[in-house]
Design a protein around this ligand. Structure first.
Ligand code: HEM
Ligand SMILES: *[C@@H]1O[C@H](CO)[C@@H](O)[C@H](O)[C@H]1NC(C)=O
Ligand SMILES: *[C@@H]1O[C@H](CO)[C@@H](O)[C@H](O)[C@H]1NC(C)=O
Ligand SMILES: *[C@@H]1O[C@H](CO)[C@@H](O)[C@H](O)[C@H]1NC(C)=O
Ligand SMILES: *[C@@H]1O[C@H](CO)[C@@H](O)[C@H](O)[C@H]1NC(C)=O
Length: 344
């Protein structure tokens, strides 16, 4: 049913702004959007596909239409919304705690690493619309998960992965919990440990890092790889041609602190898996990206995921796992549906 509507609605497959027709995209997407593929994960905390089918039938269509509209106007929102879901899930579970404005200045969103996290205005617009049509039904945490998928999927004009729903919202947000987020300067062991703490393995680490095939980073996330104090000192794991470009864009002084650079300098807006080829060519932007090539098992997965068909499948599966991290659901009797996403 859904498969039909996705294919029926997808009037051709293309990369916006690109031109190359990704014929394999149709094949992969048609496969991925088939709901209820069994046996993916052993335990289910109480989520389901189309959780709102009867309680708010328009929910997913509303999220999609508002997200697509806003991403069409501002393509940078795709990266922001994808990152928002990641930051939500890694800090006390996918419970929309990252959206809370309270307690002021001690909430998750005020805690580093918070550079370039955003898209809150998209969530607000969706929530306002859904509260008007289905008051008290659709959780902020589900809106975040759906909007991340729809924002990335806009360029395909179809859904790139299936999203389970049925999350409820938490009521607390603490900056001190943001330490669960991995650092851009983490080495492989540190990255793996932070993923393992969420029940995610090396396959998930490599697949989800593929999110860095879109979006931007602040110069401050990169300059440690370019300079040591006042001297230029390029990380040996960074390609020297890319280093020269970055040194130009992120000069070694305060003027560069608010500048940004593309995470994937080759195809910055395309969700295409070129990220993995970049890694092999020492052109991953962050130290944490380069770290994936420093472990044999991870590097083997990187090689595998240079094939976009494999990347999309792996990304879909790992997003599903990440979307289950510490969720509050009716099944476990926790959480609530917040009336406003910014307030408990
Ligand atoms: C593996 C550990 C990870 C680390 C250390 C990491 C770190 C970072 C850093 C430092 C930035 C740039 C922030 C800035 O300087 O403004 C960034 C951006 C981004 N990250 Fe990650 N990240 C990781 C994993 C993930 C995952 C799992 C996802 C989503 C599934 C994700 C999605 C994104 C996106 C989309 C951006 C671009 C944001 C934008 O354009 O606004 N990252 N990440
Ligand atoms: C990010 O964290 C820093 C340090 O706590 C804080 O000063 C800044 O205001 C935060 N940024 C946002 C957008 O909340
Ligand atoms: C990671 O977990 C998934 C299932 O959740 C599994 O298919 C995959 O093989 C695991 N990866 C490793 C390296 O164990
Ligand atoms: C960098 O240069 C400034 C000005 O010359 C100096 O005050 C500062 O100590 C230097 N920092 C380092 C890490 O060398
Ligand atoms: C920062 O460095 C760049 C490149 O070296 C230079 O053009 C610029 O004037 C510097 N800005 C400040 C505020 O020092």
């Amino acid at each position: 049913m859904r498969r039909q509507s996705v294919l029926g609605g997808g009037a051709g497959w293309w990369w916006r702004g690109g031109g190359a027709v990704a014929w394999w995209g149709a094949v992969v997407l048609a496969h991925l959007v088939t709901p209820g593929r069994a046996g993916l994960l052993e335990t289910n905390p109480g989520l389901a596909y189309n959780f709102y089918q009867t309680s708010c039938p328009s929910a997913e269509a509303t999220v999609k239409s508002i997200t697509w509209q806003m991403v069409a106007a501002n393509p940078a929102l795709a990266g922001r919304l994808l990152r928002l879901h990641f930051h939500d899930c890694f800090v006390q579970g996918c419970d929309a705690s990252i959206l809370l404005d309270t307690p002021a200045s001690q909430n998750e969103k005020s805690a580093p690493p918070n550079g370039s996290v955003g898209g809150y205005e998209v969530i607000d617009a969706i929530k306002t619309k859904l509260e008007a049509t289905c008051p008290g039904v659709v959780s902020c945490a589900d809106i975040v998960a759906l909007a991340a998928r729809d924002a990335v999927s806009y360029q395909f004009q179809a859904s790139l992965w299936q999203v389970e729903t049925g999350r409820r919202d938490g009521s607390s947000s603490l900056a001190s919990n943001a330490g669960a987020l991995p650092s851009f300067s983490a080495g492989f062991a540190g990255l793996l440990a932070s993923f393992a703490a969420q029940g995610l393995n090396v396959t998930d680490l490599v697949a989800l890092s593929g999110a860095h095939t879109i979006g931007k980073a602040s110069c401050s996330s990169v300059t440690p790889r370019l300079y040591a104090g006042n001297a230029t000192s390029v990380d040996p794991l960074l390609d020297s041609t890319l280093a020269a470009v970055l040194i130009n864009k992120c000069p070694n002084n305060a003027s560069s602190s608010s500048a940004t650079v593309d995470l994937d300098g080759n195809t910055p807006l395309k969700f295409d898996g070129v990220y993995y080829t970049n890694l092999i060519n020492k052109r991953g932007l962050l130290a944490s990206d380069a770290a994936l090539m420093q472990n044999a098992a991870a590097a083997a997965i990187v090689n595998d995921l240079t094939n976009p068909i494999k990347f999309y499948a792996a990304f879909a599966m790992s997003m599903k796992k990440m979307g289950r991290v510490n969720v509050l659901t009716a099944k476990n009797g926790k959480g609530k549906i917040r009336a406003q996403c910014r307030a408990p």
